[in-house]
Design a protein around this ligand. Structure first.
Ligand SMILES: *Cc1c(COP(=O)(O)O)cnc(C)c1O
Length: 406
């Protein structure tokens, strides 16, 4: 059995497509990977996973890479699910957990999508890839592309965090700054597809980054002994994380591996400065038009329009969750609060999640006794610009107690 993929499926109209051929989108919308879950269920059980590699590749049967191909990997270990009693208490919650994706290669959960997508690109014979990025996807694509010996072209907005520019250069990608937003960068990548001969690795414009992101849901379920939390808070940009996790829970349910009937409520969190999904959710719509004048320092959320909008909105609604906004001016507060209470390196995107969660608790709209999981999608130290430092100085030649308050 080279792989358990049964077929690919257009997310907008259900058209079936052949696996193991090069696919981008279908009808300008994303493509799902579908598996023969009956056969998988007869082949492995949750027990079979015990003793396997501590990496998302432990879920090999639920991933698209045929068994004769080696994955392109940087040893992306399972991210820890950290109980956060002190932060929980500060928020008024009795069971708060952070799933800390900042510890993955290149310091964000983007490595999950890229290990899957670059592995599949290599298996399909692709040698040159390009992508637009708000920041972390570029760093991850450059790293995994380097690992696979591929040529990587990256287009990023000129105000992309300096560390993302730096890492992409260090990993040998060809990096270009664009006077626009991620969707403007995406247009350039699309334009160059034929003339430059690259494969478009944009979020949800190929089928496999989603499969890598799906492993966040598989891992979470396994770490919770195949039970799931009452609610998940997730910072939403292009939406692969949210959509991928919902797909994971659905596949686990079909496999009969879950010890619970109750699915978690998905809370999609965006900054008030760029909130296309929250806006469409509030209006009861399934598609989200371009959000005007998008701005937020949480660069991963600076995505004014997403091809997977309907997939996100379907998942959020099916889960009974909501798409909400957090305050831009609360970001540094939540980064320092989580950092100082729990030692967790919180990205600005996840700071927005804490602001949304805090608002729900204060309005009495969430059960504070239930287990709640917040995803920390990246590392604080990748965002130097977010918190300008003004540290006090002490003179080496003056007695220290004279220079300090008490
Ligand atoms: C890309 C990114 C997001 C948004 O992720 P999606 O799953 O594409 O919605 C959130 N946080 C960080 C740190 C990111 O890099």
């Amino acid at each position: 059995m080279p792989s358990f993929v049964s077929h690919l499926e257009s997310a907008i109209d259900g058209t079936h497509l052949e696996p193991m051929q090069v696919h981008g989108m279908h009808a300008d919308r994303p493509i799902w990977v579908r598996y023969d879950l009956d056969v998988i269920g007869r082949t492995i059980t949750p027990k079979s996973l015990q003793g396997r590699v501590n990496s998302l590749w432990r879920y090999r049967e639920l991933l698209p890479l045929p068994s004769e191909h080696e994955p392109v990997t940087l040893g992306e270990g399972m991210s820890p699910l950290l109980p956060c009693p002190r932060l929980g208490k500060a928020l008024g919650l009795s069971q708060l957990y952070i799933k800390d994706e900042s510890q993955l290669p290149t310091g964000s959960f983007k490595s999950r999508g890229m290990t899957a997508a670059i592995s599949m690109a290599q298996a399909l014979g692709i040698k040159r890839v390009a992508l637009p990025t708000a920041g972390n996807a570029g760093g991850a694509a450059a790293a995994y592309g380097a690992r696979a010996g591929m040529e990587v072209f990256i287009f990023m907005p000129e105000d992309t965090p300096i560390v993302n520019q730096f890492e992409a250069v260090c990993f040998g990608a060809k990096v270009y700054l664009v006077n626009g937003l991620i969707n403007d960068c995406g247009k350039l990548v699309k334009q160059g597809k034929d003339t430059m001969g690259w494969f478009d690795l944009s979020t949800l414009k190929e089928p496999y980054r989603l499969e890598g992101k799906k492993t966040m849901g598989l891992e979470l379920a396994e770490q919770m002994d195949w039970k799931l939390p009452a609610a998940i808070f997730y910072p939403t940009g292009g939406g692969t994380g949210l959509i991928g996790m919902w797909k994971a829970f659905d596949e686990l349910k079909q496999l009969g591996w879950l010890q619970t009937e109750k699915m978690p409520k998905l809370f999609s969190c965006q900054s008030e400065g760029c909130a296309p999904i929250a806006t469409a959710f509030a209006k009861g719509e399934r598609f989200a038009p371009v959000f005007p004048n998008a701005h937020t320092v949480a660069s991963g959320l600076r995505v004014p329009v997403a091809v997977g909008d309907f997939m996100m909105l379907d998942a959020i609604r099916a889960s009974g969750g909501e798409a909400l906004t957090g305050r831009e001016n609360s970001i540094t507060h939540w980064m320092i609060t989580a950092g100082s209470l729990e030692g967790i390196s919180l990205c600005p995107e996840t700071a927005i999640c804490l602001d949304v969660l805090d608002g729900l608790v204060k309005r009495g709209q969430i059960d504070v006794a239930e287990p709640i999981v917040v995803f920390n999608t990246g590392a604080a130290q990748k965002y130097l610009e977010v918190m300008p430092l003004k540290l006090p100085r002490v003179d080496k030649d003056v007695a220290v107690e004279k220079q300090m308050g008490s």
